[in-house]
Design a protein around this ligand. Structure first.
Ligand code: BV8
Ligand code: ZN
Length: 235
């Protein structure tokens, strides 16, 4: 009996909800370079520009809904006694689909904090294109996401590494596996003896390292996978 299942997701699992990925054709990094937007220096250089970009992404996130891939992963959490959902995504769609044991490696676009006194601000007006100032100390307010060059949250990264090292099966879904240290997790899992499965529409840099690659859309493959697992369990 399968005991421990872990999943690492990337932007590809939200693609069918209409959230642009980063490195696919038409993706976010086609128009901007990450250095221009997803890093602290860029924010300090032009806070309004970077803030307005996150406001634009928040508007997209508010318009979209979780897709069948997100719902299937929420189902898997109910099926397996030990199930860890580790995500690089900041779009909150796993939570909205009903997943609860979620480890957010790169933060969450719905949370914001003051860079000076670290007060968190949850209710912000997403129409406000100019960067907001902290009501406590006047500091700039930034999204609670991990930018390039910033450490990942220690507790979340430790949990993810332990889950990868201790899983019977490790799924890597909808990620180009190009961003570190998240991209190391499937390799840690494989080396520790997990059966490693990739779900992606394209081959990636880690495809050859893994045991199996299921090629196709995660919103199609995942519901079929959950259906199969249920059939096996009921026989
Ligand atoms: C750090 C949040 C330590 C912001 C993001 C080695 C070790 C450590 C660090 C590094 C290293 N080498 C380089 C680094 C630096 C850097 C890095 O990895 N650079 C890369 C580009 C080489 N890493 C960092 O800076 C990290 N910090 O390590 O700090 C440190 C600190 C100080 C001093 C020294 C060390 C921080 C990384 C986090 C950056 N933040 N996002 C925001 O989103 O605005 S990264 C960003 O990329 C997103 O989080 C995203 O999730 C992530 C990965 O992208 P993907 O999710 O994979 O998306 P992508 O578009 O690339 O791919 C989509 C995939 O889906 C494709 O494969 C496609 O085929 C597939 N797909 C599409 N549709 C579907 C589908 N699959 C299935 N179904 C579909 N329908
Ligand atoms: Zn403050």
């Amino acid at each position: 009996m399968l005991k421990k299942v872990s999943v690492l997701t990337g932007a590809g699992v939200s693609a069918e909800s209409g959230v642009p990925t980063f490195r696919d054709p038409g993706g976010i990094w086609e128009k901007f370079r990450p250095e221009q937007l997803a890093n602290f220096e860029a924010f300090m250089k032009d806070p309004d520009f970077v803030w307005s970009w996150y406001q634009h992404r928040r508007e997209i996130m508010r318009e979209v809904k979780p897709n069948n891939g997100h719902f299937a992963l929420a189902e898997m959490e109910k099926i397996f006694p030990s199930f860890s959902l580790i995500t690089q995504n900041i779009d909150n769609l796993h939570y909205r689909a009903g997943s609860r044991n979620i480890t957010e490696l790169h933060g969450n676009i719905e949370r914001n904090y003051c860079i000076k006194c670290r007060t968190f601000f949850h209710e912000i007006d997403i129409q406000e294109k100019k960067v907001l100032k902290c009501t406590n100390c006047g500091g700039l307010i930034r999204p609670d996401v991990v930018w390039f060059g910033e450490m990942l949250p220690v507790k979340e990264l430790k949990y993810a590494e332990n889950a990868a090292a201790d899983s019977d099966v490790f799924f890597t879904i909808g990620t180009s596996a190009e961003v570190y240290p998240a991209a190391l997790l499937p390799i840690i899992a494989k080396r520790a003896g997990a059966y490693s499965v990739e779900i992606n529409i394209n081959p990636t840099v880690i495809s050859f390292d893994l045991d199996e690659t299921l090629t196709g859309k995660s919103a199609e493959i995942l519901p079929e996978l959950v259906q199969k697992i249920k059939e096996i369990r009921n026989n």
